[in-house]
Structure formats: C-alpha cells, structure tokens
Design a protein around this ligand. Structure first.
Ligand SMILES: Nc1ncnc2c1ncn2[C@@H]1O[C@H](COP(=O)(O)OP(=O)(O)OP(=O)(O)O)[C@@H](O)[C@H]1O
Ligand SMILES: [Mg+2]
Length: 267
C-alpha cells in the first residue's frame, strides 16, 4: 500500500539572532506512521515542532515551507491548524492544576493556544457551573472525554483535581487532551519523559493502537528503547541538521548517529 505524505517540511531554516537552530530540515511524514525525531539536547527538535505548529511564527530569520496535506501552512495560526487536525503536546506538560481531569479534557476540545484563554475559560466555567444547561454539543464532548480517559485507563481520576496526578498520569492527560481534538497528525514532545517504564509502555501501546486506526504521530523522545521499538521511521537531528533517517535498525547501525551523541557528551 502506498502511504501518502500528510506532513512535510521543505528546506526549513531557523535562526535565533545568529544561532542557526535549524539548517535545511526536510522531513516527510506518511499517513498512519509513527515517526521518531531524536537528537542530543539543543539539536533543534522542539524548535522544529514549534515551527510546524506555528508556536514560533515565521519571520525574516525563517525560510522554507511546511506542508500539511499538501497545502503550505507556514503562517497558519496554531488553533486553526488544530481545527484542521494538526495538534501537539509540549515538552513541559501544560495542564490546569486546579481544574479536574475531566475539565482539563473539556477545555482542550474548545481551547487551543493562540486563542483568548480567558474568554474560553469563562465560557467553559459558565457551562460547568450550570450543567443543566449543557447543550448537546457539550454532552458529546463530555462523553468523548470520558471515553478517551477510559481508553487511557485514567477515567477513575476524572473528578480529581489535575494537581494530584503523578508525572506519568499528567503525560497521559496531555495525550488525552491532544486526542480530544481528533488530530490527524499529532506531534508529541517527550511524551514519556519522567514516566516509569510500565506507564511508558502503556502510553506507546495506546499510540500504536491509535496509529492503526488512522492517526499519524511525530514523536520527540530521549527514551531510545521506546522510540526504536515503536517507530516506523526515525529522523536524527544534530546541531540543527538532519544527519540520518531510516528504519530504527538503520539508525542504530549508523555510526554518525553515535558520533552525534558522543560528541554532545564530550562537549
Ligand atoms: N525561543 C528561542 N530563542 C532563542 N534560542 C532558542 C529558542 N528556542 C530554542 N533556542 C535555541 O535553539 C537550539 C535548539 O533548541 P531546542 O529547544 O529546539 O532543542 P531540543 O532538541 O528540543 O533540545 P532538548 O532535547 O533539550 O529539548 C538551542 O541552542 C536553543 O538554545
Ligand atoms: Mg526539546
């Protein structure tokens, strides 16, 4: 079966006042694949995600194109991208600690960074305070949120404040929030950093299950075991450049990849 490209970067460059964070980065993500993005600290992984999802806007220090489903999306706002099915999570998990797990999920379905948070929060709270006035749409969201929490096996925590969650459970909630948006392509920045091995494996099992259904994943992760086991294809960034890409096996056998990591350690 031929898998078509859903997300593509073409010769993307990004400078931060003289520091070249990305150099001619071209990556292609095919539909229903899990694509790993690895590389030493500071190699540009989060910057690439930030550019793709327009967290960093394109400026005079940016060149190249980003295409989603064949369309150039260089300047498209993050919340509009999310609506079209391109969503992400952040390296530092963004949750609202004083809200319940379920409320965190509901907000995700209506709020995407880049929109007016206060306005959205006021709106969501009004609805939460007057549950009897929930409209069909909100009930649908609540049902969907509970289904996702069930799938992630944290539905028993739905009514707990998010602040009581462990680091691993917060990562699951972050994934859950991304799933609320029904993303076609989901970018995960270190989804299992600081998560115990049992929970890490569970998160990756869920990711694999969703991929089989329809989703494409682009995943930054320092945990080599999970990334090598789960990915269909891996890109390696070093000092802003893609220095290798291929199957996990090819990457593991590529001496340049080892050099990139050892060089980083030695500096
Ligand atoms: N907003 C910014 N302003 C200036 N420099 C930045 C900015 N964001 C990133 N950088 C720099 O760009 C380079 C790449 O950073 P980036 O965060 O993309 O690395 P990373 O591969 O995600 O690293 P890590 O594995 O530690 O998360 C680093 O040198 C970093 O200091
Ligand atoms: Mg990063």
């Amino acid at each position: 079966m031929i898998k078509i490209a859903v997300l593509e970067t073409q010769n993307v460059n990004k400078n931060f006042s003289g520091l070249q964070a990305l150099k001619n980065v071209s990556v292609t993500l095919k539909k229903q694949q899990i694509i790993g993005l690895i590389g030493p600290n500071g190699s540009g992984k989060s910057t690439l995600f930030n550019l793709i999802t327009n967290v960093i806007s394109q400026d005079e220090e940016t060149t190249g194109n980003i295409l989603f489903e064949g369309k150039i999306i260089n300047d498209q706002k993050m919340h509009l991208l999310a609506r079209e099915g391109l969503v992400r999570t952040f390296q530092v998990t963004q949750i609202f600690p004083k809200l319940t797990v379920l409320e965190n999920m509901l907000i995700a379905s209506q709020f995407h960074p880049g929109e007016n948070l206060k306005k959205v929060l006021v709106d969501v709270f009004r609805k939460l305070l007057h549950k009897s006035t929930w409209e069909e749409e909100e009930l649908t969201f609540a049902k969907k949120a509970m289904e996702i929490l069930d799938f992630l096996e944290i539905s028993h925590l739905a009514k707990e404040k998010a602040e009581v969650l462990s680091g691993g459970q917060r990562k699951l909630l972050a994934l859950g929030r991304a799933l609320m948006t029904s993303g076609k392509v989901i970018l995960l920045d270190e989804p299992v950093a600081g998560v115990n091995p049992v929970l890490s494996n569970r998160i990756f099992e869920k990711i694999d299950q969703l991929r089989k259904e329809s989703t494409t994943f682009f995943i930054v992760e320092h945990n080599m075991d999970v990334i090598m086991e789960s990915s269909d294809h891996v890109f390696v960034l070093s000092k802003g450049e893609i220095i290798a890409d291929g199957s996990p096996k090819e990457i593991q056998e590529n001496p340049n990849v080892l050099d990139a990591y050892l060089g980083d350690e030695g500096e």
